[in-house]
Design a protein around this ligand. Sequence first.
Ligand code: PLP
Length: 398
Amino acid sequence: MLNQNMLALGKKRSTIREIFEFGNQRAKVIGRENVFDFSIGNPNVPAPDSVQEAICDIVTNQNPAAVHGYTSAQGREDSRNAIAASLNARFGTDYAAKNLYLTVGAAASLSICLKALTASPEDEFIIFAPHFPEYQVFIEQGAGAKCVIVPAQIEDFQINFEAFERKLNPHTKGVLINSPNNPSGVVYSEATIDRLTALLNKKAAEYGHPIYLISDEPYREIIYGTREIPFIAPKYKNTLVCYSYSKSLSLPGERIGYVLVPNTVESFDDVYAAVCGAGRVLGYVCAPALFQQVIARCAADTADLSIYAENRKLLLEGLAAFGYKCIEPEGAFYLFPQTLEADDYAFCERAKKYDLLLVPGTDFGAPGHMRISYCVQTETVRRALPLFEKLAKEYAGK
Ligand code: PLP
């Protein structure tokens, strides 16, 4: 007999993947340019030139055995030093190589942290709707812990503190946040972060054990406007940061990211060792060697993110004009408007008639919404707007 949970997971694609595959099939019939695929968060801007130059230089001028060989499990020291230096320059911190563990992207960073922290099946991790759907899989199936979901605060997608406080209990091992957020694009305000950290400090003292804050930050660099987004690690001592270069450097298929374990984390040596142990158990061995070296050179760079700002503006203005209600988010490349009927699946199904591919909010724990992933060509957005309008007209007067 097989592991039935794995079998079930393997047989059922995520809704996002289903829609993405539907788009691929439609593209064969009507042409790629006629499919308005807003389903998946695959960046469409190229990696910056510095990445291409680094790859060419490394593979041309270095000994192939050294380029492609295993590295130490936690990653090359020069790469970890470069990441620490880039964080220190931006955030005034004093991280060093020993605070970093390189991973195969944020999904691995999360799986590793959750596995490292879970001591018993009774341990609970709290997440906030709307949330990245894989969190539940990583917590329940990967780490074997309990996933506790706090319902969304629909008005602004900040934290619903009353509901959150009710979920905290002595089994709470950690709290997982994601800002800028997938799917809402919302950035947690300073007030939210302050209230969150104060509450966690209070409850940790009451329960007599640490409550870890896992901060999932793959969209940290993708922000609009002038406000600096709060960097949470220095504000709460038991923070573990999960990062990935998938979005900031447009390298999702190359699988490179890290876990940051600051010195302030209680029993730092043990927590870092448990992170290494979890990476070992999950079979990661080491992060991709070539891209570790690329990151050593490009840790402080980003892809040209300006196209996302343009797409965001066009969509926000267009959707508002057609009567869609949407919070104006400050980050990531997602919008999360309300659907025009309560059944978000029915709405997204109806949108398919126009080859508009949208993801129902229910999959992110917030029914009655749709996620629009706008990391697409601006031309696609322009041509999709009249279709959003036609769709809205179907509901007019209903
Ligand atoms: N966390 C969030 C919020 C995401 O949106 C994603 C990917 O879209 C991930 C984690 C996984 O990132 P990676 O591709 O680096 O594993």
